[in-house]
Design a protein around this ligand. Structure first.
Ligand code: RI2
Length: 318
């Protein structure tokens, strides 16, 4: 492998993330860290400089796959901060250890977050969900383990219908599910005690970047006084927004929205497929993390505490 060559397994991981075979902010963070460990493991770099160059190239490939999900750069940064040593062997070992440490942190964080989020849920409550978030489901699962009986209204979440994954997992956890199309959410908000969603990124001002449709759901929920809770590990806090950077919203293929045949039958039109939207903090009641529950306006303090030091994107250096 030459200096900045990316290992084929890393390339394959990047493709699985881009195609959403691996998806969800926590899952892609873990996959990216594992990708760096793979790159390190197979590196034939003959100097620490060459090793670091390779690792930076692999990091760029992985981070660029899903531009909105901040867990990707945060995971890579976590590993880079632990990649240390004077020899290739030491660098290789520390990269592998960094990826393992991230995996352990992700597991613990989700359990801790679930236990905190569960405290908000009371016996007999109905939760309305959007998309599929393992962090959000962790809250429901923890509440079930506390012996609370819950039911769920699950939005299918066009265009990729990830609500189906949520419906299946909740059913398997013994939660009665009513699946609805996205447009029916307003009607069913009156039956819900909580709106519970995940996040792909949370900006320093407490805005929540999540699957498209979250914002209109939150606005509607606020109008009905239904509390909206965001479950998000701190790996989803976006440190770049501390210094004024904005979040790129990923636009995906038109084919996710409409088939070629339907498109041809309609005639010449434009099709847009933004994957995410931004919900301002005024529509969010609480952000539940593994560090506790926060009002969205205070999330800037936590972001600064956890990510305030060090270069935000060390892999960008060539
Ligand atoms: P967890 C998903 O995005 C959803 O927007 C979900 O809320 C978020 O990731 C967080 O997922 P996508 O990857 O990390 O399906 O909570 O586009 O599992």
């Amino acid at each position: 492998m030459s200096a900045a060559e990316i290992h084929p397994d890393v390339e394959a991981t990047a493709e699985r993330i881009a195609s959403m075979e691996v998806r969800g902010a926590a899952a892609i963070a873990e996959a990216a860290a594992a990708g760096l460990a793979t790159q390190a493991e197979h590196s034939s770099a003959d100097s620490p400089e060459a090793f670091r160059r390779e690792l930076r190239a692999a990091a760029r490939r992985l981070v660029d796959t899903r531009p909105t999900a901040v867990s990707l750069p945060n995971a890579v940064r976590f590993v880079f901060e632990r990649t240390d040593g004077d020899s290739v062997a030491e660098l290789r070992r520390s990269t592998r250890d960094g990826a393992a440490a991230l995996r352990a942190q992700l597991d613990t964080a989700q359990d801790d977050l679930g236990a905190i989020g569960a405290n908000r849920l009371r016996d007999g409550d109905t939760v309305l969900t959007h998309c599929h978030s393992t962090d959000a489901l962790a809250c429901i699962e923890a509440a079930r383990e506390q012996g609370k009986s819950l039911s769920a209204i699950v939005k299918e979440t066009r265009p990729r219908k990830q609500g189906h994954i949520t419906a299946r997992q909740l059913r398997e956890a013994g939660v009665p599910v009513t699946l609805i199309v996205d447009g029916a959410a307003g009607r069913y908000l009156d039956d819900a005690d909580h709106v519970l969603v995940g996040a792909d990124s949370i900006t320093a001002d407490g805005s929540v970047v999540n699957k498209i449709g979250t914002r209109s759901l939150a606005v509607n929920a606020r109008e009905r006084d239904t509390p909206i809770v965001v479950a998000a590990q701190t790996l989803k806090l976006d440190p770049a927004t501390l210094s004024g950077h904005t979040v790129d919203i990923e636009h995906r293929a038109e084919a996710e929205v409409i088939s070629d045949d339907d498109r041809e039958a309609i005639g010449e039109i434009d099709v847009a497929n933004p994957a995410f939207d931004v919900t301002p903090p005024r529509y969010v009641d609480a952000i539940v993390t593994e560090r506790g529950q926060f009002p969205p306006e205070s999330i800037v303090m936590l972001t600064r505490e956890l990510f305030g030091e060090g270069p935000v994107r060390p892999w960008e250096q060539r």
